[in-house]
Design a protein around this ligand. Structure first.
Ligand code: NAD
Ligand code: 6OD
Length: 484
């Protein structure tokens, strides 16, 4: 049994709120306990973060901060297997995903933002003055201060370091509230912080639930200068309300109901591989995934059969077994939510091309399994086609023209991502421009260059992170005007 403690001012400390159990999702067994932070620990964490701004961290030259960020990346890589095991135990995701995506990106985020801060620059403007001497404006970037980082459970280390790395690169301090479902890697990162010499108070972790608990205590804390959040749209709204008090900036990466678009001239095998991953990878628990796919009529039947085959091809099992390609979903509650949509699809008369239920898992009967599922035949206004399910499932709809498919793709309150498949260059660019999302992939999916702008439009978020966009959120830009 592991106990996950809060990490405050460089020390692992117990929380004063009600502790709760941590489960191994594959078997449903309790494998740990999370020591939840109460208001007192959140106060202490924010206080430590504020004090650290005035200590050696606040005075540290950027080159030294950069060296520490690189040591953090090395520190994660040096303990790769521990991070890997912790992430797999918390999420139930297969080793192949955690070892290729979660942990390497957890380390890479620190190196990328170390590079980014070294090349950061600001603007200058020369101006004329009436007396002829002129003036010069230049801008300074200062850290915002204490950043509250509230994270989801689907890619825990990756999404947490995606925020922590740029925040630290810019000289801020952070208080992280990991998802209650996935406390492990944020806690382990505390050990790495100490080992590489990050000063106490720069990185703090408070565990616990969201509403009326550690999450809300943190986001409503007056000592927090900015909040960066990844999670559901409805939670984002609550966080925005909390941030309104004191007029604090927020960066929100929220939910989606992303469309995949496959034109009849696409490379069919490549489209099936890419869209297959977009629908089912990480048991469908990726905000960028495609839960509705529009396929041009001429290739609809072939594509539908190919995607159904992909869905049937997954191998469930122990996530530590390298042969396993699909794990559980995150919790019993989330399994029930996903299965409620499977029931809605049946009741609404969907044609089920694959899956639609739970797999027969002898030996793992108490795990939180759901089958990868492909439906067709539902109207666009059905709940399954409109609402974010966040499971390994997708609905296929045929279309005839470019105009029709962009209208279908845009008919959603969300605007996170799309994945477009075609060999026609003009059509690819036209469609990417017409679909109202923050991130469009053409003939690919989840191909990431971390210097690019990342974020959603409409109900999928506010702001952009990645590259210089992260630096913009994690710093305050201040103009200095010098009369010459
Ligand atoms: P969630 O919103 O339920 O929880 C996210 C975090 O917010 C957790 O740490 C939770 O404890 C905390 N929280 C909940 N209520 C709170 C409150 N009132 N105040 C402060 N904190 C609160 O999301 P989740 O279920 O963990 O993650 C899945 C969701 O995240 C999906 O909607 C998915 O699309 C979205 N997501 C978006 C992105 C993106 O980049 N846009 C990335 C990953 C996940
Ligand atoms: O790749 C990233 O930086 C990122 N934020 C991915 C988000 C994935 C959502 O589940």
């Amino acid at each position: 049994m592991t106990t996950y403690l809060n990490f405050i001012d460089g020390q692992f400390v117990k929380g004063s709120a009600q502790p709760f159990a941590n489960h191994f999702l594959t078997t449903g067994e309790v494998i740990g306990e999370v020591s939840a932070a109460g208001r007192a620990e959140v106060d202490a964490a924010v206080g430590a973060a504020r004090a650290a701004l005035k200590g050696p961290w606040g005075r540290m030259p950027v080159a030294e901060r950069v060296a520490l960020l690189r040591k953090l990346a090395d520190g994660i890589n040096a303990r790769f297997d521990e991070f890997l095991a912790a992430e797999i135990r918390d999420t139930g995701k297969p080793r192949s995903i955690a070892s290729h995506i979660d942990i390497p990106r957890g380390a890479a985020n620190f190196n990328v933002f170390a590079d980014q801060i070294l090349t950061a620059s600001t603007e200058t403007f020369e101006m004329a003055t009436q007396d002829g001497t002129g003036a010069l404006n230049y801008a300074l970037r200062s850290p915002r201060g204490v950043i509250g980082v509230v994270c989801p459970w689907n890619l825990p280390l990756l999404l947490m370091t995606w925020k922590v790395a740029p925040a630290l690169a810019c000289g801020n301090t952070v208080v992280v509230k990991p998802s209650e479902e996935t406390p492990a890697t944020a806690t382990l990162l505390g050990e790495v912080m100490n080992a590489v010499g990050i000063p106490p108070g720069v990185y703090n972790v408070v565990h616990g639930l969201g509403p009326d608990a550690a999450g809300e205590f943190l986001t409503s804390h007056p000592g927090v200068d900015g909040i960066t959040f990844t999670g559901e749209t409805r939670t984002g709204e609550a966080i925005m309300r909390a941030a309104a008090r004191g007029v604090r900036p927020v960066s929100l990466e929220l939910g989606g109901k992303n469309a995949g678009i496959v034109f009849d001239d696409a490379d069919l095998d490549a489209a099936l591989e890419g869209i297959g991953r977009a629908c089912f990878a990480n048991t469908g628990q990726v905000c960028l995934g495609t839960e509705r796919v529009y396929v041009q009529r001429g290739i609809f039947d072939r594509f539908a059969e190919g995607l159904a085959q992909k869905a049937r091809g997954y191998r469930f099992g122990d996530p530590f077994d390298p042969a396993t390609t699909m794990g559980t979903v995150i919790s019993a509650e989330h399994r029930d939510k996903v299965l409620s949509y499977y029931a809605k699809a049946r009741e609404a008369g969907a044609t089920i091309l694959a899956g639609g239920g739970v797999p027969d898992m002898q030996g793992y009967e108490n795990g939180y399994w759901v089958e990868p599922t492909v439906w067709t035949g539902l109207p666009e206004d059905s709940a399954v086609v409109r609402e974010e399910i966040f499971g390994p499932c997708t609905h296929l709809t045929p279309f005839d023209s470019e105009d029709e498919v962009t209208a279908l793709a845009n008919d959603t309150p969300y605007g996170l991502a799309t994945s477009i498949w075609t060999t026609n260059l003009g059509r690819a660019h036209r469609t990417a421009k017409a679909v109202d999302v923050g991130i469009s992939w053409i003939n690919s999916w989840f191909l990431r260059d971390l210097r690019t702008a990342f974020g959603g439009s409409k109900a999928s978020g506010i702001g952009r992170e990645g590259g210089v966009h992260s630096l913009e959120f994690y710093t305050e830009l201040r103009n200095v005007c010098v009369k010459l």
